[in-house]
Design a protein around this ligand. Structure first.
Ligand code: FES
Length: 401
């Protein structure tokens, strides 16, 4: 085993001998004023690649169908953002808004080409029933609206070292957004890889970007529409199945990328399992917020409808009553506690909080905690549902900050 070698390399006594030398150098250092940290090249580069916040303005609004609207965002120079951070096709940004005095953040996949990133992002927002943030965006965003977004994030990206050259993208409804970005990215590259898109919707009017997709003339990109209710000639009728995936596969070795609504993930998992692909060749986008945990196969019922949640933050401690089948993160937001979050599906770890006491249910499919987090009692409140009275410690202040 390599442990012996590591012990030599990580010798504590050797490490401790560094300390006096460091102290000596600090003591002998000149009293010159230290340059601002941002002026150092690595830090300046990090600020461009991973800004804490990006100030943007809505440059264009385009209604795609009855529920979905496309927003083009450009840097808000006056507010301090000159260029937008680069991203990889398949990543998302979080949009922050304040509604009724409460601050919310929601992830939206970038659907534009990564090559446009310094000047332009595009996101498509579906107005969902009861959706506080999507409703607010639809009702209030217009050309000129200023807002803050996060740096791009997410793992749903193509990696030539891991993924096959032939990709079959399975998209449902507004889940087409990251795939549109991947298609644009491929169009702009000279890569010899391919994308075959199976786009599932109820009916033709629901398919987004159809005119744009139909105009693509590139042998590397093939698109098939799968309609569950009415299918015109040349389209598939029904749902995306293993047989359909095999029918459109260009070779025996391909990666499947899946992005769609919750019910699509529930249905497609058993279909992709039939394909016998290596695990690394089945990629799923972050599942999105789990709003109906009772539909998960490993659901753990609660013995009460409500529990108490005590949140220990930097500045104070607050107790609230929370429903059993609403995630701790959503319950905190509803109570005006703005806890850190990004993906809201267990993937990014940004909401990572210590479970001081109590029991939570986390659906297995979104439990992406590291082994150490499980061992030392950390949870992801975005996909943790209380199963007893719970006390957690979060890395934020209570309130809008
Ligand atoms: S917000 Fe990403 S893991 Fe919770």
């Amino acid at each position: 085993m390599a442990n012996k070698e590591n012990k030599v390399k990580l010798s504590v006594s050797k490490f401790l001998r560094i300390v006096p030398e460091r102290l000596k150098r600090i003591k002998n250092a000149p009293d010159d004023e230290v340059r601002p940290l941002r002026s150092y090249k690595p830090n300046a580069l990090a600020a461009i690649l991973h800004p804490n916040v990006q100030h943007v303005k809505v440059a264009e609004v385009r209604r795609l169908n009855g529920d979905v609207t496309l927003y083009s965002l450009e840097p808000d120079n006056v507010a301090g953002t000159q260029l937008l951070a680069p991203f990889q096709a398949g990543q998302y940004i979080c949009v922050s808004v304040t509604v009724g005095g409460r601050r919310y953040s929601r992830p939206y996949s970038l659907c534009s080409s990564p090559s446009e990133a310094p000047r332009r992002y595009e996101i498509a927002v579906k107005k969902t029933a009861g959706g506080v943030v999507s409703g607010y965006i639809h009702d209030t965003f217009s050309v000129g609206t200023s807002l803050d977004v996060s740096a791009p994030d997410g793992q749903f990206t193509y990696d030539p070292n891991r993924d096959a050259k032939d990709v079959i993208a399975l998209a449902g409804g507004v889940g087409i957004t990251p795939v549109r970005s991947m298609i644009k990215d491929l169009q702009n590259s000279g890569d010899d890889r391919t994308i075959t898109l199976l786009y599932g919707c109820r009916r033709p009017g629901d398919a987004l970007f159809r005119d744009e997709f139909d105009a693509i003339d590139d042998p590397r990109i093939r698109i098939a529409y799968v309609y569950s209710e009415e299918a015109p000639e040349g389209c598939e009728k029904g749902f995306i199945t293993a047989e359909l995936i095999k029918k459109y596969a260009r070779s025996d070795v391909y990666s499947v990328f899946v992005c769609g609504p919750q019910n699509m993930y529930r249905a497609i998992g058993s279909e992709t399992a039939k394909l016998g692909l290596r695990r690394k060749f089945v990629r799923e986008d972050a599942y999105g917020q789990i709003t109906e945990p009772q539909k998960e196969p490993d659901y753990v019922p609660a013995d009460r409808r409500e529990y108490s949640l005590t949140v220990i933050a930097y500045d104070k401690t607050v107790s609230i009553t929370v429903p059993c089948d609403v995630s701790l993160l959503s319950s905190m937001e509803r109570a005006g506690i703005y806890a850190p979050s990004k993906c809201r599906s267990g993937e990014c770890g940004f909401c990572h909080s210590r479970l001081v006491s109590g029991v939570c249910y986390t659906p297995e499919k979104c439990d992406r905690r590291r082994a150490a987090d499980k061992t030392y009692g950390y949870i992801h409140p975005c996909c943790a549902f209380p199963r007893s009275d719970v006390v957690i410690e979060v890395g934020c202040k209570i309130g809008n900050g």
